[in-house]
Design a protein around this ligand. Sequence first.
Ligand code: ADP
Ligand code: NI
Length: 229
Amino acid sequence: MPPRTRGAKEVLVDRDSVVAKTQEHVREHLTGESSGHDWWHVNRVWQTAVQIGSEEGADLYVVQLAALLHDIADAKFHEGDEEIGSRTAADWLRSLDVDEPIITHVAAIIRDISFKGAGVPTPMPTREGMVVQDADRLDALGAIGMARAFAYGGFRGRVLHDPDSLPVMHATVDAYRSHRGSTVNHVFEKLLLLKDRMNTESARRIASERHEFLEHFLRQFFAEWDGKA
Ligand code: ADP
Ligand code: NI
């Protein structure tokens, strides 16, 4: 008898079940997380990544696995271990017998996805990586982005705003990660920079509207702060 080879249909079924098992695993792991990296954040990034990925002609299998696993373990919460997310994701995918080149690709996306400071480039060499990075960054913009920033600031014990301290444009990831500024300054140090750092045309369109909302929010915030609104 010839060795059994996998038919195209079987591979498709396999892929659906890998995505479904990964979704379940991540949901169990991140439900109730309160720093803004909860399951619902991942769910939004997943949906947005599929939408942008379809428009951009990306491989949606890689896109979905990277989107679902991108916050499974975060360097910020593990003494700056920059490899922890990609390692944890790779271990999970290996337990499901996912093909090694797919694992390598997904792990590389997760390793490189994060914003690391205004002056630190975060290049993404593949279309799939560009899509997932954009989807993650879109969730840091708009009303949800603002809500997440203040949730994160509260989680870390940061002040809302300190009129005596100016935003800092960080030149290194260490300077960015160790900074303990206000949440309003974080909006200047990261969120307002994101629209010009989108990789894809599809994301740029969404980012531009969400960016306008951030500006509108800040104008109102400062007007209220100064007793002028
Ligand atoms: P990335 O998605 O690029 O990895 P993070 O995980 O650092 O970014 O950020 C996730 C969310 O937490 C974002 O919405 C971000 O704005 C918010 N956040 C990160 N650092 C801070 C901070 N110092 N103050 C307020 N919000 C923050
Ligand atoms: Ni994220």
